[in-house]
Design a protein around this ligand. Structure first.
Ligand code: PAF
Length: 303
């Protein structure tokens, strides 16, 4: 059941949950989401934000569950952010499934879903002020996707200002993004606790991602080699191999067995600074980006 409430200040949709008396509030504008949050704040509630680009899968729902464990109120944003897509990337075909997403959030116990459009987030004229990390723009995802992290940091900073959460939850699957957001929060003094959420995997190990739906069935099978490679590296490390070159070369050999998998990078890095490590130690990240057929996938494992 769904009803709409409007007045001069607030025009939001309240999506009633079956068998519960709580409701999911859908806010399309910045003033709507702020008004909704203000009323929860007035009751002394804490707020957690789960930023997403929609096309929600179980991995996103696990972020909502984690957010719920930390705060009274969970705000999930759905916004496909054009600023983080390069001119030749998949912005136009990025999967969008807003109705299904809202239904899932309604079941999952999210309290507010913020669904702005591009004009609401960026206004009519292009942004002139950005948040950027020049160091990260030249390494790994930053090097492969110029401008990507400026887009991510800028939109996340905007979401933080709009929602002003106590907590924000991000998946560890985008490990470089997570490290960078932690640094932004620390260096720019956002009073927000960042929570990294474990990667959720399909039964065969493939990390859940909205882009997995681009894989045809052959490539979907091939893609399982990514996680197998990462777990092999982790087992080698656990058995006492600490030399990063040795570990990485073993992984590259495994991936080379399939000519349809093109590796962008496989590296052992500090998970916050993303500095490559010549010796592997506990807590370091093994990061992998590869094209499987036409689809580019990311995965990682923490040693
Ligand atoms: O990880 C994502 O889905 C996006 O990069 C984020 C954090 C929602 C910013 O658009």
């Amino acid at each position: 059941m769904m009803s709409t409430v409007s007045d001069n200040l607030l025009s939001v949709q309240y999506l009633h949950r079956c068998q519960q008396d709580s409701v999911l509030i859908q806010a399309n504008t910045i003033s709507e989401v702020r008004n909704a949050i203000r009323s929860f704040r007035a009751d002394g509630k804490t707020i957690a934000l789960v930023p997403t680009m929609g096309a929600l899968h179980d991995g996103h729902i696990s972020l909502v569950d984690i957010a719920r464990q930390h705060a009274d109120v969970v705000v999930t944003s759905i916004f496909v952010n054009p600023l983080q897509f390069g001119p030749n990337e998949d912005l136009a075909k990025y999967p969008r499934s807003i109705e299904a997403d809202i239904a899932r959030l309604n079941e999952s116990g999210s309290d507010i879903v913020f669904t702005p459009d591009v004009e609401e987030m960026y206004g009519r004229s292009p942004n002139t002020v950005f948040v950027e990390s020049p160091d990260n723009d030249s390494i790994f995802e930053g090097a492969v996707r110029p401008g990507h992290f400026t887009g991510v940091l800028t939109v996340v900073a905007k979401l933080f200002h709009i929602v002003q959460p106590d907590f924000a939850v991000f998946g560890q699957k985008d490990l470089q993004q997570l490290g960078l957001i932690r640094r932004m929060v620390e260096e720019l003094n956002f009073p927000i606790q960042i929570i990294g959420a474990p990667i959720i995997r399909e039964v065969d190990g493939l990390a859940m991602s909205s882009r997995n739906r681009y894989l045809n069935s052959t490539d979907r099978t091939r893609a399982t080699l990514l996680y197998k490679t990462l777990t092999t590296i982790k087992h080698l490390f656990a058995s006492g191999v600490l030399d990063s070159n040795h570990l990485i070369n073993s992984g590259l050999e495994m991936l080379a067995a399939d000519a349809n998998i093109k590796v962008d990078y496989l590296q052992i890095v500090d998970p916050i600074s993303f500095t490559p490590q010549s010796h592997a130690t506990n807590g370091m990240g093994v990061i992998l980006a590869a094209r499987v057929g036409a689809t580019r996938l990311l995965d990682n494992i923490i040693l």
